[in-house]
Ligand binder design. Structure first.
Ligand SMILES: [Zn+2]
Length: 574
């Protein structure tokens, strides 16, 4: 389903992007790789000079455009539902079966675009009993119909496929692994490479199905945990019982997951929300202790934003061997049942060891990422910047405001300011890791700009409620905050999200006169932001712009402070 008018406009832009050229940048995988710099192997004079800018972008490929653009054969239809019905063979390491794809045509047409990684075979595509012709072009599968499909009509096609899915990319794609006891452990995580690495679908972010059935036949003795509500297990009489799951809400393709293993299961309840936990049997006791944190997490987020978004599907944590992933209503967990992040104090200020980073972060995505989703990967800060800010809210709710300020400011050390947070649209580009940390620091700054906490909490709640279950772009976020605050915040959002540098507050002291001149140095000519200056606990708010203004102050240059824990800014004094 497509849920915003703005997105329809963008769809047109995306079509033009097909003919444009631009840069796609790669970014560090902060969740899997250590951020340590590579050891220097040559003397300094032989190395290129240090630079504050990003390396040159890799060229955009045809495959990037086919996957990333909302092209003409995507824009002409609207997804309604999927039924993914497959068999997973751990011995042969194959997947086979079909996805039944129901969609409504938005325009008359004879072709639609679906996607399936070229490593997998298309066995046949049927409309009823009629085999359909198709053309494969890198990861895209263009399906051709013998007669015109009509706008407003609904159609279902059965897309049969098989093969060895790839184990690849940051999260693994599709992995046939073993657990520490040597039993099969098979899992998917495909946000970067795309869901079409293991199943055929309309592999983009703008359009989501309304609901989905997931049926997975696996050998006796194994358990499949997928998204949604567990419907039942059916004996097929051939040693491969089928596990059926029902997703009763819109779902991103990349969120759809298989977790197949020798899982032990325990459950709990938060009010009338079912909580289900799946872990290896050896980890059951540790999990029962650690997963108690799930309740406090859900209570904190419900406090700020409202009801858990996928109540009919329940909330699940599923043990996996990688760090974690926000798979909708079946959050993947691999944080070793310890607090912090993989045993580390994640923001380095003593707050992170008080809670399990993966439970708090990946589950925060149920609100931002899974319920409120970005319509293009370029604007993924809507998932990651917001969810990183949700960690800060969790800390504030659970441990208080002082810890929350420490925690969010601890993220400053991770900000790179090498390229803007918003990446190029329409090419499935991955934004830089600043979308997490700088994104959260920006939202903390925005709270200080609003400068009225009661109003801020209402804004956050209403913002989420307004856009829940929708796929939106940054323009929707900015328009909402402009409208609700009555402030013109566009240059502020643009400075933090569309430029590399953060604003610098320039201060020029004239101690003889008892005055200080101040202005913002920023890329946005209309940049304006009130900021607290002077003396801590007795701040003065100045309405700084990019033009010089003068204020009186009894404070000397070295006594004059700026509230840099409330605003993510640079300060220069002269
Ligand atoms: Zn995340």
């Amino acid at each position: 389903m497509i849920r915003s008018n703005f997105c329809r406009r963008l769809a047109q832009v995306a079509v033009f992007l097909v003919f444009g050229a631009g840069g796609v940048s790669s970014s560090a995988a902060w969740q899997t790789a250590s951020p340590a710099a590579p050891a220097a192997t040559s003397p300094a004079w032989q190395r290129p000079p240090a630079t504050a800018t990003a390396p040159p972008p890799a060229p955009v490929t045809r495959a990037d455009i086919l996957r990333g653009a909302y092209g003409p054969y995507r824009v002409n239809n609207d997804l309604l539902s999927y039924h993914l019905d497959i068999r997973v063979d751990p011995e042969k390491q194959t997947v086979s079966g079909k996805n039944s794809i129901r969609f409504k045509m938005l325009q008359d047409g004879t072709r639609i675009q679906l996607d399936l990684h070229s490593a997998l075979n298309v066995d046949k595509i049927l409309l009823g009993a009629t085999p359909l012709a198709y053309v494969r072009d890198s990861g895209a599968v263009f399906v051709d119909f013998p007669e015109t499909l009509h706008a407003g009509q609904e159609y279902t096609i059965d897309f049969y496929y098989s093969g060895h899915p790839l184990t690849t990319a940051r999260f693994g794609g599709f992995t046939f692994g073993k657990d520490p006891a040597g039993r099969p452990w098979i899992y998917t995580a495909c946000e970067d490479i795309g869901a079409s690495v293991w199943w055929p679908n309309k592999d983009q972010w703008r359009d989501e199905v309304e609901n989905m059935q997931i049926s997975v036949a696996i050998p006796n003795g194994l358990v499949d945990v997928s998204n949604g509500k567990f419907v039942g297990k059916t004996d097929l009489g051939d040693g491969y019982p089928r596990w059926d799951w029902l997703v009763q809400y819109p779902v991103n393709s990349y969120d759809v997951a298989l977790n197949i293993g020798n899982y032990a299961h325990f459950s709990d309840q938060l009010g009338d929300l079912a909580l289900d936990f799946y872990v290896l049997p050896e980890d059951l006791e540790k999990a029962k202790k650690q997963f108690v944190q799930a309740k406090g997490m859900i209570e904190a987020y419900q406090h700020y934003f409202g009801e858990y978004p996928f109540k009919k599907d329940g909330y699940k944590l599923v043990e996996v061997p990688y760090a974690g992933m926000e798979h909708q209503s079946a959050v993947a967990y691999g944080n070793h049942f310890t607090n912090g992040y993989l045993g580390r104090d994640w923001t380095g200020v003593g707050v992170s060891p008080k809670f399990d980073f993966i439970i708090i972060h990946e589950s925060g995505h149920e609100w931002f990422g899974n319920s409120v989703s970005a319509a293009d990967r370029s604007d993924m800060w809507i998932h990651e910047g917001w969810t990183t800010y949700l960690e800060v809210l969790y800390v504030e709710y659970t441990f208080g405001h002082e810890d929350a300020l420490k925690y969010v400011n601890g993220y400053k050390a991770k900000v790179q300011n090498r390229e803007p947070i918003i990446a190029e649209r329409g090419i499935a580009a991955t934004p830089p890791q600043d979308m997490y940390f700088k994104g959260a620091l920006f939202l903390n700054t925005l709270r200080s700009v609003v400068n009225d906490d009661a109003r801020w909490w209402t804004l956050l709640h209403d913002f989420y409620q307004h856009f829940k279950y929708q796929n939106i772009m940054t323009e929707d976020v900015v328009a909402y905050f402009n409208q609700q605050t009555g402030m013109y915040l566009t240059p502020l959002f643009d400075q933090y999200l569309r430029h590399t540098a953060i604003p610098t507050l320039e201060l020029k002291f004239n101690e003889a006169d008892g005055t200080v001149d101040y202005r913002w140095q920023a890329d946005e000519p209309d940049f304006a932001m009130p900021i607290r200056v002077g003396k801590k606990n007795d701040w003065q708010v100045v309405q700084a712009t990019t033009y010089w203004q003068t204020m009186k102050t009894p404070l000397k240059k070295n006594e004059f402070d700026v509230a840099t824990d409330l605003y993510f800014v640079n300060v220069s004094k002269e």
